[in-house]
Design a protein around this ligand. Structure first.
Ligand code: TYM
Length: 332
């Protein structure tokens, strides 16, 4: 049986990259798969968070899921910390994960920066928690953006190591699903950096809560080059900012980069940006409005999370018992 698991950290400023790289793709998958979508608050605290803001962001990510079209009846939506089995499985998997595997993780190196000695153990162990999130539900598919590829490979390695150590075929090796035309959305100001929640420049990203004026302004200010749009994607080579805008258009229009090049070949970016802006407002505007409405109704959002916690918790508990039995932890 196929089961999907994915999640987003409640660290604020959910942006177009989170939407096009992940959440938008989940909406299509919920029709055909059993889906579990998590707000990974235990991941968020691997870096310092203000408690009030963390709570608000947890509700906000939930609101984004729902506003983007995730159906809380069909899918399980919950926040990670409310299902304690995530932490318990993390410990068991930590005991079979070689340090050498974690030392290869590029995201740790980037986030810890120069002060690696002062980075928390949680930040270092983060990929094991992510593996536990997925394996706890014995998920088979994980729809994410391109930047999570390495973490998913580690989750597969850990699943394989567990199966081999205990001579079982318990965990499926989870498959990444990196879908759509914009799997790695770049900053609107700098095509060499991915669009990120933590970028200080407000013009670098489209936030999911931006209104039409903000969207239009940011797209107008987006960096491009002086050449027109090419006839084929080959003409976007070494033009990171131009390629990024074309990919964003293709993803929002649910078409291919080839099609977009074909449609706008020879046009200048000033004209293309105005079309992109109209498309982005049409697609994101209604979502931003619904996020606003949901944020005004925290009781409703909390109810969704409570119900998701119950459903996720039931699966998690059953699986954790099975895992305890495999590992030899006595359940007297
Ligand atoms: P997070 O919160 O950084 O990002 C959430 C999702 O958004 C995708 N994404 C992007 N996609 C395209 N372009 C971008 N610029 C961009 N920025 C972010 C991410 O790939 C991700 O799919 N470790 C994960 C959260 C996590 C998780 C999991 C995911 C924890 N446990 C289990 C899947 C399964 C993270 O920090 O995502």
């Amino acid at each position: 049986m196929s089961r999907i698991f994915s999640g987003v950290q409640p660290t604020g400023n959910l942006h177009l990259g989170n939407y096009l790289g992940a959440i938008r793709n989940w909406v299509g998958l919920q029709e055909n798969f059993e889906c579990i979508f998590c707000i990974v608050d235990l991941h968020a605290i691997t870096l310092p968070q203000d408690p009030e803001e963390l709570r608000a962001h947890t509700r906000e990510v939930t609101a984004v899921y729902i506003a983007a079209g995730i159906d809380p009846e069909k899918c399980i939506i919950f926040n990670q910390s409310m299902v304690p089995e995530h932490s318990e499985l993390t410990w068991m998997l930590s005991c079979i994960t070689p340090l050498g595997w974690l030392n290869r993780m590029t995201q740790f190196k980037a986030k810890a920066g120069k002060h690696r000695e002062n980075a928390g153990l949680g930040l270092y162990a983060y990929p094991v928690l992510m593996a536990a999130d997925i394996l706890l539900y014995r998920a088979t598919h994980v729809p994410v953006g391109d930047d999570q590829k390495q973490h998913l490979e580690l989750a597969r390695d850990i699943a394989g190591a567990f199966n081999q150590k205990y001579g079982v075929d318990y965990f499926p090796l989870p498959e990444p699903q990196i879908l759509g035309a914009a799997t790695r959305v770049m900053s609107l100001r700098d095509g060499s950096h991915k669009m990120s929640k933590s970028d200080d420049s407000d013009y670098s990203r489209l936030n999911m809560t931006d209104d039409a004026d903000a969207i239009a302004l940011k797209i107008r200010k987006a960096r491009t080059d002086a050449d027109p749009l090419p006839e084929t994607p080959d003409g976007l080579a070494n033009r990171a900012e131009a390629a990024n805008l074309v990919e964003i258009y293709a993803a929002l229009a649910e078409t291919s980069v080839e099609e977009v090049c074909h449609k706008f070949a020879g046009k200048m970016f000033s004209e293309f940006k105005s079309e992109l802006s109209d498309l982005a407002v049409a697609r994101l505007g209604p979502i931003a409005r619904e996020i606003g409405e949901l944020k005004a109704d925290p009781g409703y959002v909390d109810g969704i999370l409570r119900s998701g916690t119950k459903r996720a918790g039931a699966i998690a508990k059953r699986h954790l018992h099975e895992i305890q039995d495999i590992v030899g932890l006595l359940r007297p």
